[in-house]
Design a protein around this ligand. Structure first.
Ligand SMILES: Cc1cc2nc3c(=O)[nH]c(=O)nc-3n(C[C@H](O)[C@H](O)[C@H](O)COP(=O)(O)OP(=O)(O)OC[C@H]3O[C@@H](n4cnc5c(N)ncnc54)[C@H](O)[C@@H]3O)c2cc1C
Length: 499
């Protein structure tokens, strides 16, 4: 039986991100992936949000994604595009980049970090003991780990085997999605009719402003709403032809599909993100309609919340109870994602009453305050973990400000490259002493000249010190009194070392 500190079920975006986080922390981790390689058939996420780009920037890998995709104002709510170019972030945009490329880049990074990805292996079950988890594979082999993380998608075997409930809402809409050839040129773009939505595009495209221009080469992507939300068989070319004729009056000579798939707006969330030594992240913990494009982003951010906590527990610097903060922090974020997505699905309906509501929501979103509030939410920049009352930065993402340290100019994000916590002292150099945590927490004396501004909230008082967790969230904000620093260090990074 092969042993690893952590086994991750599933090498999709969530599992790969978590593997990278654990590897950076020096934890022995292996990913078990059913697919024979990283190839992804079928279209899934079309891009990543501003906060996900920030998170990748913290690890020094954002440029790999930015150079492969197209920067654009892709944030939106239902049918309304929301411009975030005035937001106080270095990445005041989203990135159009297909999931297959996101996964390819993440897998390359994880491989560089020497994480084994066991392709072509299927997890078929596991047994949890007091000291670990025995994971069974379809080929008869097994793995032993201290923790098992289910990043195995919406139909998660890990979630089901752990007996974790998945309450929520059954689908109200269903859509067939396919990559095909057509003998006639279809009308590119998204079209709405009382019967539903249909859309055509090409995999090669260019985004200029809010306009997408498709190149006239390569296969055609098609999406069409189907009336039956409870189909139990795999969709076929014949189904697609019939739906196209019903929606458009023609099937545009559709033929030669590369793949045909289906997605619905089924909306569910795991009741618990943790059961003992088993944790859930990404689609294994929450599923919802792809409208709004929040799924992959939420999964990657789950991974970044969980990775450093799991690493500290495995290294023995933090108690096992630190893992409970993963559920406490990420379950409310997931619940909110489900609600905002359901609201957007409802606004996509084409009946007269929905159109009336959609018009009013659109008018509201033209106003500054609502635009900023909803755009901050849809871009992931407003995430706030409840770490108690205090300075507005507490529990929020640390802005990536320019600093000047003894070594020269640097950005806050560069301090988080290795996924290690940072105590940033912006007051008198040498005025903070955290010798008892020096093995775990970096202490950096620096000056900050920038404005402390948070998305949607605006300018906040400049702190004299901040304790930043490896996920980039602020765990403690200091003023001249420094009250509470020892408690925050102990809560998040373990007891002081004996001196
Ligand atoms: C049409 C569509 C459009 C979307 N658009 C967006 C978007 O624009 N933005 C966005 O953020 N999200 C979008 N999403 C959602 C996004 O694709 C998912 O949220 C994302 O893939 C979740 O990542 P994951 O790693 O959690 O799960 P998955 O990507 O599902 O990965 C799970 C992995 O686990 C493997 N696996 C499963 N079971 C086992 C097992 N027993 N043993 C071993 N391996 C196993 C699978 O092979 C898979 O590779 C879209 C989804 C769809 C369907």
């Amino acid at each position: 039986m092969t042993e690893h500190a952590v086994v991750i079920a599933g090498g999709g975006p969530t599992g790969l991100m978590l593997a990278g986080e654990l590897a950076l922390a020096g934890v022995d981790v292996a990913v078990v992936e059913r697919r024979p390689d990283q190839e992804l058939s079928g279209a899934r996420a079309l891009g990543i949000s501003s906060r996900t780009i920030e998170v990748l920037d913290q690890r020094g890998i954002a440029d790999r994604f930015l150079s492969a995709g197209q920067i654009a104002q892709v944030t939106g709510f239902a049918v309304t595009r929301l411009d975030i170019s005035d937001f106080p972030t270095r990445h005041n945009y989203g990135l159009a980049l297909r999931q297959k490329h996101i996964e390819r880049i993440l897998a390359t990074w994880v491989t560089e970090l020497k994480v084994p990805i066991l392709y072509g292996r299927d997890i078929t079950g596991f047994v949890q003991h007091d000291t670990g988890v025995d994971v069974a594979l379809a080929d008869g082999r097994s793995l032993r780990s201290q923790y098992l993380v289910g990043c195995d998608g919406g139909r998660s075997l890990v979630r089901k085997t752990a007996g974790i409930d998945f309450p929520g809402w059954d689908p109200t809409t269903s859509n067939i999605l396919a990559e095909v050839e057509m003998t006639e040129k279809p009308p590119y773009g998204v079209h709405r009719s009382p019967a539903g939505t249909y859309a055509f595009g090409r995999s090669e495209y260019e985004i200029k402003g809010s306009e997408i221009t498709y190149k006239d080469v390569g296969p055609i992507g098609v999406m069409v709403t189907e009336p039956n939300t409870r189909a139990s068989t795999e969709p076929t070319l014949r189904d697609l032809k019939e739906l196209l004729i019903a929606a458009c009056g023609t099937d545009y000579g559709v033929h030669s599909p590369t793949w045909i798939s289906r997605f619905t707006d089924m909306t569910r969330q795991a009741a618990q993100y943790r059961r003992g030594r088993v944790l859930l992240a990404g689609d294994a913990a929450h599923v919802h309609s792809p409208i709004g494009g929040l799924g992959l982003n939420t999964g990657v951010q789950d991974a970044v919340n969980l990775g450093w906590k799991l690493a500290q527990v495995i290294k023995g610097t933090s108690p096992d109870s630190l893992l409970d903060t993963y559920h406490a922090e990420r379950h409310p974020v997931g619940a909110r994602v489900l609600k905002t997505t359901m609201a957007q699905v409802a606004l996509h309906r084409e009946d007269d009453r929905t159109l009336a509501v959609r018009g009013i929501v659109g008018d509201l979103l033209k106003m500054e305050e609502p635009r900023k509030r909803i755009a901050a939410e849809m871009s992931g920049l407003d995430i706030h973990y409840d770490l108690g009352k205090g300075h507005p930065l507490l529990g929020r993402r640390m802005p990536d400000l320019d600093l000047v340290a003894a070594t020269g100019p640097l950005r806050v994000s560069t301090l988080l490259r290795d996924a290690r916590p940072v105590l940033l002292n912006l007051g008198e150099p040498g005025s903070l002493d955290i010798a008892a945590w020096a093995d775990r927490v970096q202490l950096v004396d620096a000056k900050c000249v920038g404005t402390w501004e948070l998305p949607a909230l605006g300018v906040v008082t400049a702190p004299t010190a901040v304790l930043i967790r490896p996920d980039g969230h602020v765990a403690w904000v200091g003023d001249t009194a420094r009250f509470g620093l020892v408690d925050a260090l102990t809560t998040w990074f373990g007891s002081p070392a004996a001196t």
